[in-house]
Write a protein that binds this ligand. Structure first.
Ligand SMILES: Nc1ncnc2c1ncn2[C@@H]1O[C@H](COP(=O)(O)OP(=O)(O)OP(=O)(O)O)[C@@H](O)[C@H]1O
Length: 456
């Protein structure tokens, strides 16, 4: 196999035997495969593809499409019925909660057990144990049997192990990333670094935004309308477009079958809300509902880096009366204050912030640098500096976000990063009307004119 191929799958299939009653499985075993009992179910059929080293590939398909079955065969934890899998390099996977763990063993014992399955010697695990425990960050639970763990703790420990076994290929099911926002950001940083070092990543996801953000290419598994099993590979953009098109095509079919004419509801014409009627009987105007935000307090014990000529010491949202805000909306004028402290005299001190979504993508960033560069600001040693960013927050899609803050010195790209702190604050966004993309348009009003469209 060419040395730049990490995985080659050829005509791979998996057939399960389904039995209506448990006893039928026994009959079949006793009668050496007599097919009278049970029936065959092909979970994966005649799949072929190649993945190059260093590629990040999204594995997509609806529930039951065969993603886990395929990847378990790729990882060697499930035998195929037919076909071949060739893997070039060490592969580690986070596909099933608790796979490779013994529930009766403690977290520590399971680290040794799981890492040994990836070929690490006891001495090698001992050398890495502290780093694994620090990554998992589950405190004293590391000495408890894993059967007492929450699913979040399981994932933390399992991810910590696969992050420390020097895998060349990682297989991660996004559905298992059930950790909190801090842990999720830690995993995303690890995966970004793994990609940067040339690792090959297979990422199972149902979220096309994530697939497009993380992956260059994707593989789509499904059964066609004629019942044939299909596997398409291509760019993430093309494959996610096929997936969404097919999913919505099905929904349109369903809704047209299910649609029942509604006769009792008032027609738009008779809507009694006079505020909605602007000009003419068929024009409707609505105000965009504000998005609600909840901001946690500042946390300084998070991961960070920098030359430490100064440090970030605080960050909070402030209202127009100077009060600290934990709850606000997109309609409110708010100020994000970021405070730093200098340990040395600085020329051009600059402070910036970045709001990240759960996948680690920056959705909102700002810095004092581009606004204040011309003003040649200096700051003596041992001084507090505050940056104030006054704004209205955009209508971000519902979810959990985190805030990174950074303190640098020097203009533009020619700067020293003194302190970059990850995830100093969690920002929860409650938005019931924006469901796609990153944010809703900052609409002043939304109007629908029925009948006279185009007349002004
Ligand atoms: N041990 C088994 N015996 C019989 N059928 C099985 C077995 N394991 C999986 N299947 C079936 O194989 C099909 C593919 O399952 P698989 O778990 O691979 O799908 P998936 O794409 O990973 O789904 P999801 O997105 O829900 O995790 C499903 O119809 C499932 O019911």
């Amino acid at each position: 196999m060419s040395s730049d191929i990490a995985i080659r799958v050829e005509h791979l299939s998996k057939c399960y035997h389904i039995f209506d009653k448990p006893v039928h499985r026994l009959y079949r075993m006793l009668q050496r495969g007599n097919k009278r009992h049970g029936r065959e179910f092909w979970a994966v059929e005649d799949v072929s593809f190649e993945i190059h080293r260093g590629e990040t590939v999204g594995i997509i398909g609806r529930n039951g499409a065969g993603k886990s079955t395929l990847l378990q065969m790729v990882c060697g934890t499930l035998n195929q019925t037919t076909g071949t899998v060739i893997v070039n390099g060490k592969i580690a996977a986070l596909l099933e909660l608790g796979a490779g763990f013994n529930p009766e063993f403690t977290g520590r014992e399971n680290v040794y057990l799981a890492a040994s399955l990836y070929g690490l010697s006891t001495a090698e695990v001992t050398k890495r144990f502290d780093a694994i425990a620090a990554f998992a960050d589950i405190g004293d639970f590391i000495e408890q049997p894993v059967k007492t763990y929450s699913s979040g703790m399981f994932v933390r420990l399992a991810f910590a192990v696969i992050a420390h076994v020097d895998a060349d290929i990682l297989v991660v099911d996004e559905a298992l990333s059930v950790g909190d926002a801090y842990f999720q950001q830690k995993c995303m940083r690890f995966l970004n670094e793994f990609q940067r070092r040339g690792g090959t990543l297979l990422f199972v996801s149902h979220d096309m935004g994530t697939v497009n953000a993380l992956c260059a290419s994707a593989i789509l598994l499904r059964r066609g309308s004629d019942g044939r099993y299909l596997c398409d590979a291509g760019t993430a953009k093309d494959i996610s477009t096929i997936y969404l098109r097919e999913m919505y095509a099905d929904r349109i079919e369903l809704s047209s079958i299910d649609a029942v004419p509604v006769v009792d509801e008032p027609s738009p014409k008779s809507t009694p809300d006079a505020d909605n009627i602007v000009d003419g009987p068929m024009a409707f105007l609505a105000k965009s509902p504000p998005t609600r935000f909840h901001a946690s307090s500042f946390r300084s014990d998070t991961e960070g880096f920098g030359a430490l000529g100064g440090i970030i010491t605080g960050a909070w949202f402030r209202g127009i009366n100077g009060e600290t805000l934990t709850e606000f909306t997109s309609a409110d004028q708010v100020t994000l204050v970021v405070r730093a402290h200098t340990y040395k005299a600085m020329t051009y001190p600059a402070i910036g912030f970045m709001v990240k979504d759960r996948k680690g993508q920056y959705v909102l960033t700002e810095s004092t640098d581009s606004y204040l560069r011309a003003q040649s600001i200096t700051a003596p040693a041992d001084t507090d500096i505050e940056a104030e960013f006054s704004m209205r927050m955009p209508n971000l899609v519902r979810g959990e976000y985190t805030l990174d803050v950074a303190f640098a010195e020097g203009p533009g790209l020619d700067h020293v990063q003194h302190h970059w702190l990850h995830d100093v604050m969690i920002i929860n966004v409650i938005n019931n009307h924006v469901v796609h993309g990153i944010a809703g348009a900052p609409s002043l009003s939304v109007r629908l004119v029925v009948g006279n469209a185009g007349t002004g």
